[in-house]
Design a protein around this ligand. Structure first.
Ligand SMILES: Cc1cc2nc3c(=O)[nH]c(=O)nc-3n(C[C@H](O)[C@H](O)[C@H](O)COP(=O)(O)OP(=O)(O)OC[C@H]3O[C@@H](n4cnc5c(N)ncnc54)[C@H](O)[C@@H]3O)c2cc1C
Length: 357
C-alpha cells in the first residue's frame, strides 16, 4: 500500500493507523507544513488493509439527539484557570471520583502541545490552539480500559472520533469533544516560539487569559522576566488563527461541525449568553455543554452543586463552528509557502507582518 489516506485533506494525523499496524510499517512523519502524516514503509507493509479500515475518515460519526446547557462553575479561582466556564474540570473531577483517569492536552517543558494521561488535570486546562500530538496516548488508553478503568478523553472532535474507531463500544470510555474551528500548524508555533523568546526562556503562555474580563480574548505570556498581555485583536498570531490561515488541511473539510455528534459531551464557549441569561455573564466565561449520552446527563446532574447550570435550546447554543468548517483562502497557501524551511524563527517576523495585520 502507498498511503493510508487518498487525499491529505482526509487525514487528521491521529496516528491510529501507525498504532494498529501489525507489522509496524507505519510511522507518523511531519510534512513541510509541520503536520504529521502516516508514512508507510513498502518493504514491511503486507497490504492487510487494517490501517484504512480503522481510519476515522473511512466512516462518518453517528448523529444522536443532544441536550444543551450553559454551565459556569461557582469556584471563581477554577473559573479563572479555565478557558470558558470550567466545564472540562467539573466533568473530569466526577470521572476521577469514579476511579478514572483523564487524557488531555498540555504544554510540555518546551511548550510543545501534546496529550498526556493523568489524574492531575491542572496542566490540561486552557485551550492551546495548536495541533496536539497524541504520541502513545491511545495505546495507554487501551491499556487502562483493559484493566476495567474509566478513561475520559478530551480533545478535538477528529481525535475523539479516531479514538472511538480504535476502541469500539466501551462504556468506560468517555469522550469530551471540543467545539473546534481548527488547529495551528505545530511548525508555525515552534517558529513563533523561537522568535518570541530570542535568547531568553518562555516561562508561561496563555492563549486565553482572563485578566481583562473580555471573554478571555487576551493573550498573555512571560518571556524571561517580561510579562506581556495583549488583546487577541492586537496579537498577530491570534489574528492569523482567527483568519483561518494556519490550520491543518483536514480542518477545512471537517465533518464534525455539528451539535449532534455521537460523543458523550461537546464543550465550548457559550457565545451570546449575555443576551438571554445576563445573570450568568460577567466576561469571565461560560461553557456551552452539549450532552449526547445518558452518562453525560448523569454528570450534569452531579455538577449542579458546583456550577450554575441552565438548560437552553439548540438555537440559543448555535455558533458557526457547529455548522460549517472554516473556509480556506489563497492566503493560507501563501503563508505556508513563506513558512516552509524556516529555522530559528527567521521567517516569523515577515509572516506576522504579512498575514497577522
Ligand atoms: C483548537 C481549539 C479550537 C477551539 N475552537 C472553538 C470554537 O470555535 N468555538 C468554541 O465555542 N470553543 C472552541 N474551543 C473550545 C474552548 O476554547 C474551550 O477549550 C472549551 O470551552 C473548554 O473550556 P473549559 O473552561 O471547559 O475547559 P479548560 O479547563 O480550559 O480545558 C481545556 C480543554 O481543552 C483541551 N485542549 C486544550 N488544547 C487542546 C488542543 N490543542 N487539542 C486538543 N485538546 C485541547 C484540554 O485537554 C482540556 O480538556 C476550541 C478549543 C481548541 C483547543
Amino acid at each position: 500500500m502507498d498511503n493510508v489516506y487518498v487525499d491529505k485533506k482526509h487525514c487528521c494525523g491521529c496516528g491510529v493507523c501507525a498504532q494498529i499496524c501489525p507489522v509496524h510499517a507505519i510511522k507518523m512523519v511531519e510534512d513541510e507544513e509541520g503536520f504529521k502524516y502516516p508514512k508507510i514503509n513498502p518493504e514491511i507493509c503486507t497490504d492487510c488493509g487494517r490501517c484504512r479500515k480503522k481510519c476515522s475518515a473511512s466512516s462518518e460519526i453517528k448523529k444522536v439527539d443532544s441536550k444543551f446547557y450553559a454551565v459556569r462553575c461557582k469556584d471563581e479561582e477554577l473559573l479563572k484557570k479555565s478557558t470558558s466556564g470550567g466545564a472540562f474540570s467539573l466533568i473530569a473531577k466526577e470521572v476521577i471520583n469514579e476511579g478514572g483517569i483523564i487524557c488531555g492536552a498540555v504544554f510540555d517543558e518546551n511548550f510543545k502541545v501534546k496529550h498526556i494521561l493523568s489524574e492531575d488535570i491542572s496542566k490540561m486546562r486552557k485551550s492551546k490552539y495548536v495541533q496536539s500530538d497524541i504520541e502513545d496516548c491511545f495505546e495507554k488508553i487501551e491499556n487502562e480500559l483493559s484493566k476495567g478503568r474509566k478513561v475520559l478523553f478530551s480533545g478535538t472532535p477528529c481525535q475523539c472520533h479516531s479514538l472511538k474507531m480504535l476502541i469500539g463500544e466501551n462504556e468506560n470510555l468517555i469522550t469530551v469533544s471540543l467545539i473546534c474551528r481548527g488547529v495551528h500548524s505545530p511548525l508555525l508555533w515552534e517558529e513563533y516560539k523561537n522568535w518570541l523568546k530570542g535568547e531568553d526562556e518562555i516561562k508561561s503562555y496563555d492563549f486565553r487569559d482572563k485578566r481583562r474580563r473580555n471573554d478571555a480574548h487576551t493573550v498573555a505570556y512571560t518571556i524571561g522576566d517580561k510579562e506581556t498581555a495583549v488583546t487577541m485583536n492586537e496579537d498577530p498570531l491570534s489574528r492569523i488563527y482567527n483568519k483561518c490561515l494556519s490550520y491543518r488541511p483536514s480542518c477545512y473539510e471537517c465533518s464534525y461541525c455539528s451539535a449532534d455528534n455521537d460523543f458523550d459531551f461537546t464543550i465550548g464557549d457559550f457565545w451570546g449568553i449575555e443576551k438571554f441569561k445576563p445573570e450568568m455573564y460577567d466576561g469571565n466565561g461560560v461553557s456551552l455543554v452539549i450532552t449526547h449520552s445518558e452518562y453525560a446527563e448523569k454528570i450534569i446532574e452531579k455538577v449542579k452543586d458546583e456550577a450554575i447550570v441552565y438548560e437552553c435550546s439548540k438555537e440559543q447554543a448555535e455558533q458557526t463552528a457547529l455548522k460549517e468548517p472554516a473556509k480556506e483562502s489563497i492566503l493560507r497557501k501563501l503563508l505556508f509557502k513563506d513558512l516552509v524551511g524556516s529555522k530559528n524563527g527567521e521567517k516569523i517576523q515577515l509572516i506576522l507582518k504579512k498575514y497577522g495585520q
